[in-house]
Design a protein around this ligand. Structure first.
Ligand code: XIL
Length: 300
């Protein structure tokens, strides 16, 4: 096959990217994005601050630009993200307790209602677990509303759009030996046992020297899948752009039937949130295919 999406489709997977609405007028960018990818995530435009800048006043203009571009070009869309401690609008940052809990519920209903029936999978909750060795929850205004906030978010999401897969998404949960991975694994197992609606786990997979790819990645994917959820690689980038590591990631996903697709977090190195110096993506700043691109295409 000659594109990432076409190659991924051969094995029933998708290959996606993050898209920024502000770049949809850049023809070099949209040409690559349209040609190579079949799943689209809004890099920022469906986040809480973008979609509900004032309480109860929703704004879907930038999110809809990305959604419409994707669908008009025959692509599916991942929703990112509904409940998170980051990129909260100021009004939400200042809330607490029952008031914040209600605002979270209203936000999920508002955004998922707008996109009802249109989204492949939503990152319902993002980055709720702590770094380090505790294996426990991250402190945040949402966590301080009570330990049940994550399951409330998932139950709300299921009712708001029963057709979307509901994912928990996080970074540093790719290394099976890390406490954070085990913390999330235990939560997903508990949710499945108690019937809390969850369909997928998103492994962000931002790899760098502090959080390098580890060969136990396949074990992590297999272990989550064995709980009865899909696994998606949702924000892949690899500092330095190692072609070998890119191939390892793709091979590990393909080895697990319930690993349904891979999304890289941007198109060209110049589009990366890490800056072009990180060389973390599959195309260089001129839109040329890098060695990592050929490595991924061969692996798919
Ligand atoms: C990043 C975007 O790429 C940046 O443009 C923005 O300034 C900050 O957020 N984990 C996530 C993503 O879940 O939403 C983040 O995206 C990267 C880390």
């Amino acid at each position: 096959e000659s594109t990432l999406a076409a190659a991924a489709q051969q094995s029933g997977r998708y290959f996606g990217t993050a898209i920024a609405a502000g770049k949809l007028g850049d023809q070099a960018y949209t040409t690559i994005a349209n040609r190579e990818f079949d799943m689209i995530t809004a890099e920022n435009e469906m986040k809480i601050d973008a979609t509900e800048p004032n309480r109860g006043q929703f704004n879907f203009s930038a999110g809809d630009r990305i959604y419409n571009w994707a669908v008009q070009n025959g692509k599916r869309v991942r929703g990112h993200t509904l409940a998170w401690h980051n990129q909260q609008p100021g009004w939400m940052q200042s809330l607490s307790g029952g008031n914040l809990r209600q605002a979270m519920i209203d936000h999920i209903n508002g955004v998922m209602g707008h996109y009802r029936g249109k989204i492949y999978a939503w990152d319902v909750v993002n980055e709720a677990y702590a770094d380090g060795n505790s294996g426990g929850r991250r402190d945040s205004n949402l966590q301080r509303t009570g330990n049940d906030w994550i399951e409330v978010a998932f139950r709300t999401a299921r009712a708001a759009d029963p057709s979307a897969k509901l994912c928990y998404n996080d970074y540093n949960i790719d290394n099976w030996s890390w406490a954070k991975t085990q913390g999330v694994y235990n939560m997903v197992r508990d949710f499945k046992q108690r019937g809390v609606p969850i369909d997928c786990v998103g492994l962000q997979s931002h790899f760098n020297s502090n959080s390098p790819y580890n060969s136990n990645y396949r074990t992590t994917i297999q272990s989550f899948a064995a709980l009865g959820v899909d696994v998606q690689i949702t924000e892949l980038d690899i500092q330095g752009g190692s072609a070998t590591t890119y191939a390892n990631v793709v091979n590990d996903c393909l080895a697990v039937p319930r690993c349904t697709g891979v999304t890289v977090w941007g198109v060209r190195d110049t589009d990366s949130w890490l800056g072009s110096g990180a060389s973390a993506l599959l195309f260089d700043g001129n839109g040329n295919k890098k060695a990592a691109y050929n490595s991924v295409l061969n692996a798919l």
